[in-house]
Design a protein around this ligand. Structure first.
Ligand code: NAP
Length: 254
């Protein structure tokens, strides 16, 4: 195998949830750049999802299809699985990226605020992993990649709900890694630090400045800092790595 073979995702079917914006979009586009057939999932940002797919189709060796599905909706996710199979055949790679925040101090956090974040960030992971699990089992080197967060490792003021979901992914990933191991497929977590996306825009400038003080590399991540690592985990060069949490956080302690 040459080095180039280790890098390619040529002909692999890669499903990325929440690929209309931010980190998910960068992952989808980078998968296309490495030759993958990419399923660009979105919930509400239809135009942006189509922009990502057009980039993959027009500017990369990959191919793309756009599938609308709220990851909380099991029927919609099952239907996304059917659309994936029709477009590209069974999935080789699933990236559970879709996620959101509803930030409040715990004293002000309603049960609805709690449930909303659990429903998307963990319920969505259940629905998507369940729908694509047999594909990943049957794939030659299937990959389940869960996008967690440094917040799952450190906790974060005002994010009890979000931190719970992101650390929950560690136990989920390690368990699925054990259950997949006999098949040769892997499950890993990528835990980004703070990344320049719409999600970070929700954080006040004052709090952002305090966060940067805690980052040894002295800057927030660009989406490409994360997508490159996810592409490595998706590819053949990572085949002996499973059940791991890859911290991509500019050197923050955890
Ligand atoms: P973002 O810019 O807010 O984008 C979120 C993406 O998730 C959008 O494409 C959105 O789709 C999609 N999404 C949200 N709810 C969904 C649902 N119910 N069903 C399907 N798609 C849904 O977020 P981001 O910063 O890129 O974050 C992506 C992932 O990285 C999340 O899991 C987040 O927790 C994690 N992360 C982010 C950071 C950070 O600092 N930004 C740090 C660590 C980890 P629509 O727009 O179509 O609704």
């Amino acid at each position: 195998m040459t080095c180039a073979d280790c890098m390619t995702l040529d002909g692999q079917t890669c499903v990325v949830t929440g690929a209309s914006r931010g980190i998910g979009r960068a992952i989808a586009e980078e998968f296309g750049e490495y030759g993958a057939n990419v399923v660009v999932n979105y919930r509400s940002s239809e135009a942006k999802a189509h922009e990502a797919a057009e980039y993959i189709e027009d500017e990369t060796p990959g191919a793309a299809t756009v599938v609308q599905a709220d990851v909380c909706d099991r029927e919609a996710v099952e239907s996304m699985h059917e659309s994936t199979t029709e477009a590209f055949g069974p999935a080789d790679v699933l990236v559970n990226n879709a996620g959101l925040t509803v930030d409040r101090t715990f004293a002000n956090m309603s049960r609805e605020d709690w449930d909303r974040v659990i429903e998307v960030n963990l319920g969505g992971v259940y629905n998507c992993t369940h729908a694509f699990f047999d594909d990943i089992v049957d794939a030659d080197c299937g990959r389940l990649i869960n996008i967690s967060s440094v917040v799952g490792q450190q906790g974060n003021y005002g994010q009890a709900n979000y931190a719970t979901t992101k650390s929950g992914l560690f136990g989920f990933t390690r368990t699925i890694a054990l259950e997949l191991a006999r098949t040769g497929s892997t499950a890993n977590c990528v835990a980004p630090g703070f990344v320049e996306t719409d999600m970070l825009d929700d954080v006040s400038e004052e709090v952002q400045a305090k966060i940067v003080e805690r980052i040894p590399l002295d800057r927030f991540a660009e989406v490409e800092d994360i997508s490159g690592i996810v592409r490595f985990v998706a590819g053949p060069a990572s085949s002996y790595m499973t059940g791991q949490v890859l911290a991509v956080n500019g050197g923050m302690e955890w």
